[in-house]
Design a protein around this ligand. Structure first.
Ligand SMILES: [Zn+2]
Length: 404
């Protein structure tokens, strides 16, 4: 078997294309494979599909292919421009690469597998390509897959923001709760992000009127955006965010009290957690606190009491429980707790909505961990757009339709 024939079979090249030559340079660690088409071949017009168009001229292109063992491999070919009766002179596509790409389809599939599994910077080093070329491939497949994405069944949506870069830009994520996938991600964390989501939903066969349940934090921007852009949706305030308000109040009480009560030194995390999640040593420390005299301990009891809200069996029982808790909290003489109780009171309907919607935190947390993974993989991602593409890749459950 001649080496050109072997390469032709291995590459899966079919007529009129064939391998005409190969050059293997050991010192440069590269294999160059030359392809050509049989003289006199005719090709279909890439624009209108008209068959049997004659070749007008050719243009030489190169593509990086999968490595040949440890050696980089490249394909080179004269690509015809055909003369179509209807469309004029047009450059045809080749079966092994997308138009305009400097990589073969198989190499792109390999890149996509790599960037799904490791940081882009690591993939960049392994394949010895500049990361902007890797990001370009990633954007292509993610964009194409998102075009095909169907949102027609979406009814329950969780909305959450995440910091894109330390303390600077934010992105807002829209999660399809039933299918546990990120449907849409966009820069910012204002009400306009929800309007953008509504537009994107419509572009993917979704219907704004069909969105019946939304989970958000208590930010005024999300409340406003939901009311404006998803008018049929009932709002559930995410449990995690509601608890955070109570925890912050406990922490404020502790910080103020610590100035006079040295016994509180080094106890911060104990008050932020539940007894069940404390280590034996932490639990012993908690139990050693003078519970009856410490304001922090009272605040902590109120927090544990608030947590129990979510154990209530029915919406009615929960509403009564919340009213009692509110009374208890507002009579605590602990200003941060009173403040938190007022906030909770003002958002009561959305907090209690959880007892009907049961929007599971677990799904949102699962998605958040994928988003954290996306941030790690996209480290040094240069732009928020790159981060968003990585979020879609890892958490969008996209059908990438990669070449195999
Ligand atoms: Zn044509």
């Amino acid at each position: 078997m001649k080496d050109t024939h072997l390469l032709q079979v291995a590459l899966g090249v079919v007529a009129p294309w064939r391998v005409t030559a190969s050059e293997f340079d050991v010192s440069a660690k590269r294999l160059d494979i030359r392809l050509d088409f049989t003289a006199g071949s005719r090709f279909a017009c890439p624009h209108c599909g008209a068959a049997q168009c004659p070749v007008h001229d050719t243009d030489t292109s190169s593509w990086r292919h999968l490595n040949f063992f440890q050696h980089e491999a490249y394909l080179h070919a004269r690509v015809p421009r055909v003369r179509c009766e209807h469309c004029g002179v047009r450059k045809i596509g080749v079966p092994w690469a997308r138009p305009g790409s400097g990589f073969t389809l198989l190499f792109e599939a390999y890149l996509m597998a790599m960037v799904s599994a490791m940081p882009v910077a690591a993939a960049e080093r392994l394949v010895n390509e500049h990361d902007t070329r890797l990001w370009r491939v990633l954007h292509h497949y993610v964009d194409a897959a998102r075009e095909r994405q169907d949102a027609s069944e979406v009814t329950h949506v969780a909305i959450d923001e995440t910091a894109a870069r330390r303390g600077h830009d934010y992105i807002t994520l829209f999660v399809d709760i039933d299918q546990a996938r990120v449907l849409f991600a966009t820069e910012g964390k204002d009400a306009a992000t929800i309007a953008s989501f509504a537009n994107d939903l419509a572009a993917h066969q979704g219907r704004v009127e069909q969105i019946s349940e939304v989970s958000i934090d208590m930010s005024p921007a999300f409340i406003k955006g939901t009311a404006e852009s998803l008018p049929q949706a009932s709002v559930t305030f995410d449990r995690f965010h509601v608890m955070k308000i109570v925890n912050q109040a406990v922490d404020q009480v502790r910080r103020a009290e610590q100035r006079t009560q040295t016994v509180l030194k080094g106890t911060r995390y104990i008050w932020l957690r539940n007894p069940a999640t404390l280590s034996d040593r932490q639990l012993a420390l908690l139990q050693s606190m003078p519970a009856r005299t410490l304001k922090t301990a009272r605040a902590y009891q109120l927090k544990l009491g608030f947590q129990e809200l979510y154990q209530q069996a029915t919406p009615e029982v929960a509403a009564a429980y919340l009213a009692r808790w509110h009374f208890w909290a507002t009579h605590s003489r602990l200003p941060p707790i009173i403040e938190a109780a007022r906030t909770i009171r003002a958002h009561r309907a959305g907090i209690l909505r959880w007892f009907n919607s049961h929007i599971a935190n677990g799904i949102i947390e699962g998605i958040n961990s994928l988003v954290q993974a996306a941030k790690a993989k996209a480290r040094g991602y240069r732009s928020t757009r790159n981060l968003i593409a990585m979020v879609y890749l890892l958490a969008g459950k996209l059908d990438l339709q990669l070449p195999a």
